[in-house]
Design a protein around this ligand. Structure first.
Ligand SMILES: Cc1cc2nc3c(=O)[nH]c(=O)nc-3n(C[C@H](O)[C@H](O)[C@H](O)COP(=O)(O)OP(=O)(O)OC[C@H]3O[C@@H](n4cnc5c(N)ncnc54)[C@H](O)[C@@H]3O)c2cc1C
Length: 400
């Protein structure tokens, strides 16, 4: 049944409840006076997914799921769980498929934080024959690995995700053969010391590395290489990079060649100033000029910045441009080892300084936990200062 209500309050809709969206929704709800504005969060799932821990989920480890309703506490946020399938920028409307049917939400300000997923379009056969570290698939991998007495697991991709997954699999299931197939040298971007530590971990855990191999297809039980040879597998994990949601480009937001929304120094879309884009979905440029790399550290940081920019725009103040510095890359090597590569603040190139072993495991845990701590206990970080903003009379909110 169609119902239509009217709202004079300013409607802020936040799309996506990853690191970026959660930080933004919490910050906005804490700052906006509920008499003059309301915050609505939309997400595909009713709980927060810690993507950097999905390789742990894939090896059967219990990672506590946090309900999206739980973190906000006293911060009033309305939640809709469903799949966003269209954004109508002209009419400022978002269409969402929910278990109860399609719902449409009108907005005055949109915060777009739909993040990334593993890119399964790189070579043929990934969707059919390989797994990925997406939330639903991670649980399926855990089930399959638990049933494998022996056999071969192939991890495709020698980037951060591939290294973490291969070492986690090998440590957890020593009876399996784990092969890491990579276009270049796994961890090739790291400093010599960090790469040597990663390679020592591969040796210790028995991960077989096949470097400088171009994968051309994933077939039924076989990874096909550029020279025509095939590597058989019992389970294949594709970890060959991320892609952004196509929704931003489909809606008509200005995007870069990867589909990331182009934003100014206050994270406003350059084509639609009522839309803010944060996290992996944004081609946000650091002060040095290049777009900031994907990462939960980026998402959480941009998510914390965005509420201030939105509040400034709504109250007629000049927002501060956002600042950003890289600090480190944290790479787990199973549960008992890790390497922290400290990086130069502007271009993320490696410094000589690294941290390894238990201290690095502990360091990475603190970094990951602090990412969620911000929106679970925002009190000390974000002020409870409710600001009244101009209302927008006469615009309808329609539920279809
Ligand atoms: C295995 C793995 C390990 C990683 N390790 C690290 C690491 O160590 N350090 C690091 O910095 N980064 C790491 N990353 C990357 C990091 O997780 C992402 O960069 C980060 O999650 C991006 O945050 P975000 O908020 O921008 O987007 P996301 O976390 O992707 O959140 C987007 C949200 O939007 C929702 N969504 C998307 N599309 C729709 C739709 N159409 N309708 C409804 N909801 C939708 C999603 O369900 C999700 O909740 C890792 C990623 C993976 C997969």
């Amino acid at each position: 049944m169609n119902t239509t209500t009217r709202s004079t309050r300013h409607r802020v809709v936040v799309l996506g409840a990853g690191y970026a969206g959660m930080s933004a929704a919490t910050g906005l709800a804490k700052r906006l006076h509920p008499d003059t504005a309301r915050v609505h969060l939309v997400n595909a799932r009713d709980h927060f997914v810690q993507r950097p821990r999905l390789h742990q989920v894939a090896t059967g480890q219990h990672i506590r799921e946090r309900s999206l309703a739980e973190p906000f506490g006293r911060a009033p946020v309305n939640l809709t769980v469903g799949w966003i399938h269209e954004i109508d920028l002209d009419n400022r409307r978002v269409d969402i498929a929910t278990t109860g049917g399609t719902t449409s939400l009108q907005y005055d300000t949109l915060v777009y934080a739909l993040g990334t997923s593993i890119d399964t379009t790189t070579v043929p056969g990934i969707e059919e024959y390989a797994h990925t570290l997406d939330p639903a698939d991670a649980a399926r991998i855990a089930g399959k690995l638990a049933d494998l007495d022996r056999g071969t697991v192939i991890v495709c991709g020698g980037g951060l995700t591939g290294i973490e997954a291969a070492t986690e699999f090998a440590e957890r299931y020593p009876q399996l053969t784990v092969r890491l197939v990579s276009r270049g040298r796994p961890g090739g971007w790291l400093s010599d010391r960090a790469r040597a530590h990663v390679e020592a971990a591969f040796d210790r855990l028995g991960v077989e590395v096949l470097a400088d191999r171009e994968i051309t297809a994933v077939e039924d039980g076989v990874v096909r290489l550029g020279d025509g040879s095939g590597i058989p597998f019992d389970l294949c994990l594709w970890a060959g990079g991320f892609r952004v949601s196509p929704l931003a480009a489909d809606a008509g937001l200005a995007v870069d060649e990867r589909g990331r929304a182009l934003v100014d120094q206050t994270l406003r879309s350059v084509s639609h100033p009522e839309v803010y884009v944060i996290g992996d979905a944004a081609a946000a440029r650091g002060p040095w000029g290049d777009a900031i790399a994907y990462g939960c550290r980026t998402g959480g940081f941009l998510g914390l910045y965005a509420p201030g920019a939105v509040m400034a725009a709504l109250t007629g103040r000049d927002p501060k441009a956002f600042g950003f510095r890289y600090i480190h890359q944290c790479i787990s090597l199973g549960r008992r080892d890790a390497v922290i590569q400290f990086v130069h603040q502007n271009d993320e190139s490696p410094r000589r300084r690294i941290l390894t072993g238990r201290a690095a495991v502990w360091y990475k845990d603190i970094v990951l936990n602090s990412g969620t701590w911000v929106f679970r206990r925002p009190g000390p970080i974000l002020p409870w200062r409710k600001t009244k903003v101009p209302t927008t009379p006469g615009r309808p909110v329609t539920h279809v």
